[in-house]
Design a protein around this ligand. Sequence first.
Ligand SMILES: Nc1ncnc2c1ncn2[C@@H]1O[C@H](COP(=O)(O)OP(=O)(O)OP(=O)(O)O)[C@@H](O)[C@H]1O
Length: 338
Amino acid sequence: MIELEGLTKRFGGKVAVDNLSFQVRPGVVTGFLGPNGAGKSTTMRMMLDLDNPTSGTVRIDGKHYRDLPEPLKYIGALLDAKAMHGGRSAYNNLLCLAQSNRIPTSRVDEVLDLVGLTPVARQKSKGFSLGMGQRLGIAAALLGDPEILMFDEPVNGLDPEGILWIRNLMKGLAAEGRTIFVSSHLMSEMALTAEHLIVIGQGKLLADLSMADFIQQNSRSYVRMRSPQQERLKDVLHEAGIDAIDVPATGTLEINGVAAEQLGELAAQHQIVLHELSPQRASLEEAFMRMTADSVEYHAHAPGAGELPPGAAADNPARPADVPAWGAGFDATRKGGK
Ligand SMILES: Nc1ncnc2c1ncn2[C@@H]1O[C@H](COP(=O)(O)OP(=O)(O)OP(=O)(O)O)[C@@H](O)[C@H]1O
């Protein structure tokens, strides 16, 4: 278990982490999300005592990091895969870590095997590809067989097979009852890996909830309809008092707040042929973009480019102007702490 209480970090006048309080619980993979510059790495560094908080505390299994007798046996972390000594072999990098943390040498071969680096164990790590470097960093995190593991962007540089491997590894470690805390910008990957989410923006807590609740509360669901008798369908919907949004790009209609069953029956009553009748649920990416739209520090302003994915917020007529950017269902009282 990791517990943060009022954690704050200022760099000069800049507040990088702003009064963060949350817990990371064992037995599930907890995803850590936030736009660029939100304060994720700074938070993780303070969790590992690599940065001093301006105020607030982090406890690892109830203790401050510096009071853990052999920290690697409690918490393993992959923060920067390039932090390894390039002139040393993969084996020697891990051996040094093992010896300085009183971890049996036999564990070095075990973790090398676990991450698939045994064939290159004696090669200098400076010749490693990005993906091999990530695997070595993960091996180092696993060395002390810790109950808590933290990974900052662990799938960076990994190929699809490597991404699948780390996903299964993290899920497997969580299933063993360990605490797994992972940051990633790859929303599709996070959606497949994490069960719980902590979301921050400009250093502040925006959400602390399950993946399912996060998506449900921060995205709209709607029904998509397509018919070869589209104009007739629009008239029928209009007569029934149902608002349909025309999406010319896809030749579809989008309907909010009416069940697909009801729409299908209405079409059938009027003998309208349907080529599509599909309930839509937004992706984690859309939910994330909606929630963090107000706290993105660095916007790209390409001509004509929207800042949200298709269907989200600004270009989405379904989102009324008075709905806050984190979505209609999101409980604003959750902002800043549970
Ligand atoms: N050593 C430092 N000195 C001054 N400012 C810093 C320092 N480290 C981080 N910051 C600032 O603190 C804020 C949070 O940075 P941090 O790297 O923690 O964000 P992040 O969420 O990890 O971002 P990214 O997703 O881009 O990695 C940023 O505005 C950053 O510029």
